[in-house]
Design a protein around this ligand. Structure first.
Ligand SMILES: C[S@@+](CC[C@H](N)C(=O)[O-])C[C@H]1O[C@@H](n2cnc3c(N)ncnc32)[C@H](O)[C@@H]1O
Length: 500
């Protein structure tokens, strides 16, 4: 969809006045490399005493939250029809539908002939506000195919493929479901006004501009969403629950001074991994982002219980590797799912199907004959008192070492396949139209993840050697060898019987 973007410097002050948004000593400005931002109009100081001075106040009724979308369905019958047809599958989809509908209404002010009724369509301040939002956000869902290839081998690869499939599927379903609704058919699909790229863009707005508030939950707050991120922020936001002034406030941080012309920044979340920052916001600072890498795990190939394990496990089917700043050798890992993958029937893990009086069937998990269905994430703790705990841990460490080593090899593989040895990396970048900022971000992520994975392999190898030397493990492996040679002996004697 064509999105004639409104200029924040020229037009946002008018929108603010019309919608009771108050900016105090700050103003919207274009900021180099970051799109729009908020900038101090004069020197600001918080001397650590008294209340934090407010820099912006946004009324609560402007906030786009799950609750506000629900309330909106009560006044706009057309929108209610749209949400019902889309199936109300998640708060994110509903919020994105609200943004899309308001954006289309804002850019095509005339609704389809005969469609105006007492119950809609309703223009909200968002119909205009969406026109201040950027037409491009540098998150990888908006990258070209060639640019996305740069992320091969990083922890983002699988997440990105899954996200693109989800968004494509959502768009196809939306199109099918709303084509039967005359109002939305005329507004969205006549002349192919709304495209798949629009749905991707709306999702990007929501992902890169929403924040979490204690009472309103995940929401988008207009104008506050112009604040850019800094790892040393000078402002923060808070919810104002006072009935008279209910809304969201941007406040100066205690002990902070901002000079006139300086940017006002907030934190998008401390301790976010580089992959998460790139995925949600389209940028990250490799020197500041936390050294976390999260890798998906699959059931072991020959595990007959693999499907059942996936079915009963509600948590993330991943391993999280973390290296804290300052320590360059040790990596901690956490993976309740790996414990479930590595325990088996002979260890005391069992599955039972329970059927209630209504005929409903449910899969339950037992550990040492005790029902632990609600506690599967604590399997390591449950197994810690077992005499073979070190043997179990050796299995987990071995599986993780293989997984991490495979990922490391992949992330270190050249991402330009050698199809033409005469072409340099630079000429390939140019030929495939890869933008410099995508190459830079992907390289930074690959470098950061490779270094965490290398350290993780070293840690896991060390843990494996220590476990292999543990008394219980030595005794267990010894007993396994004896039983294997007895089996081999039995086979050999059977064979000699056969041949005699
Ligand atoms: C909540 S919006 C902030 C307003 C935005 N700059 C705009 O033009 O409307 C978040 C987006 O701003 C940009 N951004 C924010 N902080 C940044 C930073 N520190 N470095 C680079 N880009 C940043 C990214 O594109 C991010 O997805």
């Amino acid at each position: 969809m064509q999105n004639p973007q409104l200029d924040v410097e020229a037009a946002l002050p008018v929108w603010n006045r019309l919608n009771n948004v108050v900016l105090i000593n700050v103003t919207p400005r274009h900021v180099p490399q970051r799109g729009a931002g908020l900038v101090a109009e004069r020197d600001l100081t918080h001397d650590n005493t008294g209340l934090s001075p407010a820099l912006a106040r946004i009324p609560r009724d402007l906030v786009l939250s799950h609750q506000s979308v629900e309330e909106f369905t009560k006044v706009d019958g057309h929108f209610r029809e749209l949400l019902d047809a889309a199936g109300r599958k998640s708060a994110r989809i509903d919020a994105c539908l609200f943004l899309l509908a308001q954006w289309v209404l804002g850019t095509h002010s005339r609704p389809p002939p005969g469609s105006e009724t007492s119950t809609g369509p309703v223009h909200t301040p968002w119909a205009e506000y969406t026109r201040f939002l950027p037409g491009h956000v540098p998150v990888p869902t908006m990258w070209s195919d060639a640019e996305r290839q740069l992320l091969r081998g990083t922890s983002l690869e699988a997440a990105l493929t899954a996200k693109i499939e989800t968004l494509t599927d959502e768009f196809d379903r939306l199109r099918t479901a709303s084509s039967d609704l005359p109002f939305w058919n005329a507004l969205f699909w006549d002349d192919n006004r709304v495209t798949r790229a629009d749905w991707f863009l709306v999702d990007t707005w929501y992902r890169s501009r929403s924040l979490e508030l204690p009472y309103l939950g995940v929401c988008m707050v207009p104008v506050l969403d112009l604040a850019n991120h800094s790892s040393a922020p000078n402002a923060y936001y808070d919810e104002d629950c006072d009935e008279q002034s209910a809304g969201v406030k941007l406040l100066l941080r205690p002990g902070v001074s901002i000079s006139a012309g300086e940017e006002v920044t907030i934190s998008y979340g401390e301790g976010k991994a580089g992959a998460e920052m790139l995925f949600s916001y389209g940028f990250f600072d490799p020197t500041r982002s936390t050294n976390y890498v999260t890798l998906p795990l699959m059931p072991l190939e020959d595990d007959p219980l693999g499907m059942a394990k996936v079915h009963v496990f509600d948590g993330p089917r991943t391993v999280q590797l973390g290296r804290t700043t300052g320590s360059h050798s040790e990596v901690t890992w956490e993976s309740p799912f790996a414990w479930l993958l590595c325990l088996n029937e002979e260890d005391g893990l069992a599955f039972r199907i329970l059927q209630d009086t209504g005929g409903n069937r449910e899969l339950r998990v037992l550990w040492q004959d005790e029902d632990v269905t609600g506690r599967i994430e604590a399997l390591e703790e449950l197994a810690s008192s077992h005499p073979l705990y070190d043997v179990f841990k050796l299995r987990v460490v071995t599986v993780l070492e293989e997984r991490v080593s495979a990922q490391l090899e992949r992330v270190q593989t050249d991402f330009f396949p050698p199809d033409d040895e005469n072409l340099t990396e630079a000429s390939r970048v140019e030929r495939e139209g890869i933008r410099a900022e995508c190459l830079e971000a992907a390289n930074a992520l690959r470098g950061q993840e490779a270094s965490v994975l290398e350290a993780a392999v070293r840690t896991l190898e060390k843990q494996k050697s220590q476990l292999l030397a543990a008394k219980t493990v030595v005794a267990y492996l010894g007993s396994m060898e004896v039983s294997q040679s007895e089996q081999a002996g039995d086979t050999a004697s059977n064979q000699s019987d056969d041949f005699s």
